[in-house]
Design a protein around this ligand. Sequence first.
Ligand code: SF4
Length: 307
Amino acid sequence: MHADNLSSYYENCIICPRRCGVDRSSGASGYCGMGAEPVVNLSMLHFGEEPVITGTRGSGTVFFEGCSLKCIFCQNYDISRGPTGCGKVYDADGLASLYLSLQDQGAHNINLVTAGHFIPHVAASVAKARAEGLSIPVAYNSGGYESVESLKMLDGLIDIYMPDMKFVSSSLSGKLCGARDYFEVCCKALDEMYRQTGPAVIDDNGLMKRGIIVRHLMLPGQLFDTKKVLDYLCGRYGNNIYISLMNQYTPFEYKYPDMKLPDFLQRKLPQGHYEAAAEYLALLDQTNAFVQGEDASGDELLPEFKS
Ligand code: SF4
């Protein structure tokens, strides 16, 4: 894929499973809210990822604006709704330079967060950065709602996938992110990611070189659905992948009045539910797992986005 020829991917956009069909190259935007040029809100050495990603020097994280999923409880709400007006527009060459500068700062890896609506630019920029000396792993961090056809553009370019698997229930996913097909789409996306990376590989320094970490953020009152997610992941991939069970759900309505959370999401996880899910994961013999401390919730874990 050549960096000069990317705009055609954004005409009649079907980059993600929303398949809006809008012409982003002419300034229109679809469900993700973004035009045809990537907008980066923040890039930094980030120390809040799993230990195999963060290491000692941090993950070179690039936060893109917009999102094709837009969960109503989004923990990156500041930047997921669409352009904030505070981000910086990049072309593929500019992104490649950004990755190289994060490598120069000592990053263990490049970590592209919610870039699915810019996949053509991701592919071109990683290829360009590789040609110019990028040698650290590249991780693709996603809500899990991705089209297999678009993921194929990343084949051979992405070393580590970090998708969410948020729900099994179509009624939950319909209500919370307007995608009743979330689970089916996510299963196919994970299969494609696994086809590309194969089983997880950790190097001698305890850092991930290749593979998949699937994240699951537990939601209040949804322990049953969490167990279904864990059943699926352990049954299909077992210890060939890592599972990260996340305890940090925080109802941010106080911060974002337009969040409009349903009642069951206006609280933190009930006492004991996280521990019950962690025990369930252990019963499934999943040793490649990350579990968090007792209270990992709160906005101190979030980067300071520009908005
Ligand atoms: S990337 Fe954006 S415009 Fe394109 S199909 Fe997905 S949500 Fe729609």
